[in-house]
Design a protein around this ligand. Structure first.
Ligand code: SF4
Length: 391
């Protein structure tokens, strides 16, 4: 196995913005399936529906295949196949999803694609980890060198920072990722709005988390607020604004470079990217265009973002229409009309989030964004050189 090297840098520059200009039209696709049911954890403020009925799983998986086939047909690149929404190691049906031959076909046909999953491997037993990897490492089922990315929510912050036994339990699994499987493994911590808004993490604690993650756990902290999963618009808004305030308090120009927010570079995952989520609906699976609002957010009640029943080509068309609509809308929103990020925000469908959340103004923290978007550039080699990423 190989742990991906220089992961921090790679996560920040792994999008198509790192492609040379000649490949700029070859953009990336993420498909997310909500198929895992059950979870043993009670993470603070978790908004995930743990009770998804697996009866609809096959239809969801078949829809994912239909979309993945469209990605291939249109010459685009399936970058990530997300299997969620609950914990990969304690969901009741992870094995059943991984044993599904359609899931295996998707991963076999898209050789650049990775499986990404929310996974609390910190408290999973070694037996359970080995059980799951016995499936993933079965070469009749999955490619030997496939990339797997685990995203692990930071649960109790003091435990992540100061508990030596806990540290050893995490690193035991990381050692297994290094030497017990041929897969290319990525993993990162993730901080969610529900864990910061209520607890009010101060800047010192935040800097300790980043430092501990980088220097001792040897990975990164991703910032995935996950607020859009909350059931009520009020809670979504509260968590979004709480998250923006939090970022403003803890991120400054000194630590911005060690804080990995791939989403903060507004030209990453914008016009060159499309994210889709398939969820169980009342009468079968529904498919939704994701909004890149800090992360892959989705708003189930927004009819324009609902692309159920559309072909992949029609979905591309819908996204283009919404980008154009967003650019028009930007001139009518006071905060956005003269904002340098307006086109990037329109490309990320952020104006649809404004509508969904009933907010007629900025939904991000522009002071924080300025730390990550210091130049007026688009994705190309020149910009990479300017950022010193091509040393
Ligand atoms: S004001 Fe905020 S939401 Fe509007 S374009 Fe600028 S960054 Fe995006």
């Amino acid at each position: 196995m190989t742990m991906q090297k220089s992961y921090c840098k790679q996560m920040r520059y792994s999008g198509p913005e790192s492609l040379p200009p000649s490949d700029a039209s070859k953009f990336d696709v993420l498909i997310q399936m909500e198929v895992l049911a059950g979870c043993d954890h009670g993470c603070l403020g978790c908004f995930v529906d743990k009770n998804i009925d697996p009866a609809m799983n096959q239809q969801i998986i078949d829809r994912a295949k239909e979309l993945a086939d469209g990605v291939k047909r249109t010459g685009l690149n399936l970058r990530e196949f997300v299997i969620g929404p609950t914990d990969f190691f304690t969901a009741t049906n992870t094995e059943s999803v991984l044993n599904n031959s359609v899931v295996q076909d998707i991963m076999r046909e898209h050789t650049g694609a990775r499986i990404a999953a929310p996974a609390k491997f910190d408290t999973a037993s070694m037996d359970k980890v080995k059980e799951i990897f016995a499936l993933l490492d079965d070469e009749d089922k999955y490619r030997r060198d496939m990339i797997i990315e685990f995203i692990m929510p930071i649960g109790r912050i003091e435990q992540m920072l100061d508990d030596d036994d806990y540290f050893d339990a995490v690193m035991e699994k990381v050692e297994f990722f290094k030497s017990g499987t041929p897969k290319m493994m990525d993993w990162s911590w993730t901080l969610q709005a529900s864990n910061v808004v209520g607890k009010k993490i101060d800047k010192d604690t935040y800097n300790r988390i980043i430092d501990k993650a980088n220097n001792e756990y040897q990975t990164i902290v991703e910032m995935n607020p996950a607020f859009s999963r909350a059931r009520s618009e009020l809670i979504q808004r509260k968590n979004l604004f709480g998250w923006n305030d939090f970022l403003g308090k803890v991120i400054d120009e000194d630590n911005a470079n060690t804080t990995v927010m791939s989403m903060a570079n507004l030209y990453c995952n914008s016009i060159n990217f499309i994210g889709l989520t398939i969820v169980p609906g009342e009468n079968g699976p529904t498919t939704h265009l994701n909004v890149m609002l800090h992360e892959q957010a989705f708003f189930l009640n927004n009819k324009k973002l609902d692309v159920t029943g559309l072909t992949f080509e029609e979905i591309l068309q819908r996204k283009n229409e919404l980008v154009t609509k967003g650019i028009h809308k930007s001139s009518k929103v006071k905060d956005c009309s003269d904002c340098q990020f307006a086109v990037a925000c329109a490309s990320r469908l952020i104006f649809e989030a404004q509508e969904s959340l009933n907010i007629n103004g900025c939904v991000l923290n522009k002071d924080v964004l300025n730390n990550y978007n210091p130049f007026d550039f688009t994705w190309n080699d020149g910009a990479m050189e300017k950022l010193g990423a091509k040393a």
